[in-house]
Design a protein around this ligand. Structure first.
Ligand code: ADP
Ligand code: F6P
Length: 329
């Protein structure tokens, strides 16, 4: 069987490790893999990663050493044409023309919506691997890239703490997460931040100022506030303005971490997760599964219908937020 693999939407560290796993897992079982370039755009336009022999089939050597690199060597993109039935029809024709009988999609919720829509035009197996730093998909404890993004953000907060402490300041550090506070909440706990603002809870400026005054009275000389880009107010810059107006007791500085969080070499956790899930996706295809995402819950590989992975909000446990509060006294 010839299996196509693509990376779609926002890149995430570990995507390369996942492609490597798909290629090697298929090869070990006597099947071929082709790498589709630039996500769905490559499928619509018929653009493939070159194989070793001038063809398009990838060999185990094609993906040598891919596991430790961030980004995606297949490239990623956003492809508006794929949202239209005509674009997906063209993609199905490209699959047929090149004898591609199954598809692995590595991406986030948008990419999985695309995969679901593609099933109307392509009848072979389609299996997803969760590749997004946001950790916002149901059906897996963690997504590929999340661990690396948290490591990057935590290291940044550690460095900022030096300046915050030297100058007795407060830093508002904005991390990614338009709809999810996962990166913010886990980074806050890992970096001993005093407070966190996330989309899942209201951002109450007067209550925050009261809390900051209490911290100051108790002898705190620096404060790290982690703000998800999608918090209720819309990020750190806006919150900074409102805190200033409300009489924040610390001098403040803002840092927006931005795309730094999407790059860098993947953590061991992301490499291992990506390898397990790439392998599981091939297993699923060979077993005839379709329309599912491979994930890990606890220590089990599980397959969840793609529609269910993005149907609801992945909750952050309230106990986790309470723990954060108990630590910041
Ligand atoms: P992510 O996978 O990181 O959430 P996006 O939301 O940007 O990324 O989606 C990636 C791509 O998936 C889009 O550019 C588009 O080609 C495709 N896509 C997203 N939603 C749909 C949809 N409802 N129907 C068809 N294709 C979609
Ligand atoms: O979905 C991943 C993500 O990094 C979000 O956290 C962020 O809001 C978004 O992508 C930014 O995407 P881009 O800058 O690529 O449009």
């Amino acid at each position: 069987m010839r299996i196509g693999v693509l990376c779609s939407g926002g890149d995430a560290p570990g995507m390369n490790a996942c492609v490597r796993a798909v290629v090697r897992s298929a090869f070990a079982r006597g099947h071929q893999v082709v790498g589709i370039r630039r996500g769905y755009r490559g499928l619509v336009e018929g653009s493939f990663y070159p194989g070793e022999d001038g063809g398009i089939d990838l060999t185990p050597r094609s993906v040598s050493d891919w596991g430790r690199h961030g980004g995606t060597f297949l490239h990623s993109s956003r492809c508006p044409e794929f949202r239209e039935p005509e674009g997906r029809q063209r993609a199905a024709a490209v699959m047929k023309e090149h004898g591609i009988e199954a598809l692995v999609v590595i991406g986030g919720d948008g990419s999985f919506r695309g995969a679901t829509a593609f099933a109307e035009h392509f009848s072979g197996p389609i299996v997803g691997c969760p590749g997004t730093i946001d950790n916002d998909l149901l059906g897996t404890d963690f997504t590929i890239g999340f661990s690396t993004a948290v490591r990057t953000a935590t290291e940044a907060v550690d460095m900022l703490r030096d300046t915050a402490e030297s100058h007795e300041r407060m830093f508002l550090i904005e991390v990614m997460g338009r709809h999810s506070g996962y990166i913010a909440a886990i980074t806050a706990l890992a970096s001993s931040a005093e407070t966190v603002c996330i989309p899942e809870t209201p951002t109450d400026v007067p209550a925050l100022v009261d809390y900051l005054r209490r911290l100051k009275d108790r002898g705190k000389t620096s404060v790290m506030m982690i703000v998800a880009e999608g918090d209720e107010l819309g990020g750190a810059e806006i919150l900074h303005g409102q805190l200033e107006e409300a009489g924040c007791p610390f001098p403040m500085r803002v840092l927006i971490l931005g795309h730094l969080q999407r790059g860098g070499c993947p953590t061991p956790e992301d490499r291992v997760l990506a390898t397990q899930l790439g392998d599981a996706a091939v297993t699923a295809i060979l077993e005839g599964k379709t329309g599912v995402m491979a994930g890990i819950v606890g220590s089990e590989v599980v397959f969840t219908p793609l529609e269910e992975t993005y149907a609801g909000h992945k909750p952050i446990a309230p106990e986790f937020l309470e723990l954060l509060e108990r630590m910041a006294v």
